[in-house]
Design a binder for this molecule. Sequence first.
Ligand code: PGA
Ligand code: ZN
Length: 423
Amino acid sequence: AITSVTGRRVLDSRGNPTVEVDVELADGSLGRAAVPSGASTGAREAVELRDGDPARWHGKGVDRAVRHVNTELAAVVVGREAEDQAGLDAALVAADGTATKSRLGANALLGVSLASAKAAAAAHRLPLYRYLGGSDARLLPVPMMNIVNGGAHADNPLDFQEFMIAPIGADTFAEAVRMGSEIFHTLRGDLLAAGHSTGVGDEGGFAPALRTAEEALDFVVAAVERTGYRPGTDVGLVMDPASSEFFRDGVYDYAGEKVRRTPAEHADYLVRLIEAYPVVSIEDPMAEDDLEGWRDLTARIGSRCQLTGDDVFCTDETLLREGIAQGVANSVLVKVNQIGTLTEALATVGTAHRAGYTVVMSHRSGETEDTTIADLAVATGCGQIKTGSLSRSDRTAKYNQLLRIEEQLGDSARYAGARALRR
Ligand code: PGA
Ligand code: ZN
């Protein structure tokens, strides 16, 4: 049974405070989890509780959330069995009592939820992926590695937030990491040679002062080729325009490019991009408030390209069900902190899989050294993970954990490869 719950304030990768929780069991087993934080958040995400005191942390303090962990939530879970994740998470949700987890904070709830799972795994002397996923958990995900940052994650003019490479042709996860790292360094040299900055954005990808998606994609394709890989076969391209961020008054306002596109023009532009470049997946191609655009685009190119809903679903099973019924997207991004408990996040994964939607396990732009999502990707067998660039320890920590998992699984490990993106 759980004997103690300790919340504390630690720093995230942007240098903002976030919640970390330790859960201890009667047998001495310890689980620890730190909570990530987004910048381009979906409107319907569970509420991350911030203190809002401008005199401290520029308003971003999490002292109230930490206090809620140490008082109300500790009182709810101490004495419970950590193995009963569903019961524990239901109790957390009930204790909060709001639909959006705004009273105690989804950041407070998630820390307790994940730390409890990790304590239970420790009590069973099992790695988390095996404790949650059983002996079937042996599929290593295709990493979608973010090598160019724009949008809300950098201060360059690029309107699209993320340009990623997915080593779909690798034989193992370790090979995928090697390919990604090699391409990352080739790209660095190419950007330098072209007179661009090689400073990085929030997710560790380069943030050169490029204006258009084509310029970024040209650099990425050239780097893939110059490193010796075949674009589209060995390495697929992935974009997250994070379209909700620049959808205003019914139009897509490309501020960097200084162009405004109607939803139909924006969709045409995306279709041109997937025809001109080996793009295998686009996340949030349309804004969370543009469901008509989402439906149209899914009907038009959903059979040729993975279309992943992030802001539009917010890892919420109910929103996902509505989207499935309406033909919105064919894939869902899962960010545990968008919903606030492990049980709810796993329910979303189950609903997606039953509907034939693919699942991409994901970090946030504000991360920590916590590697829980690496284990969750293997536990769910979802076959895809998005966890940033090949630089910055907040990003590479997840890749490194997956390297350890692959090593531990030995001959039974399987790399998801291109088939992970097929529905
Ligand atoms: P966020 O960005 O964590 O800032 O929301 C990641 C994403 O949009 O996928
Ligand atoms: Zn996104």
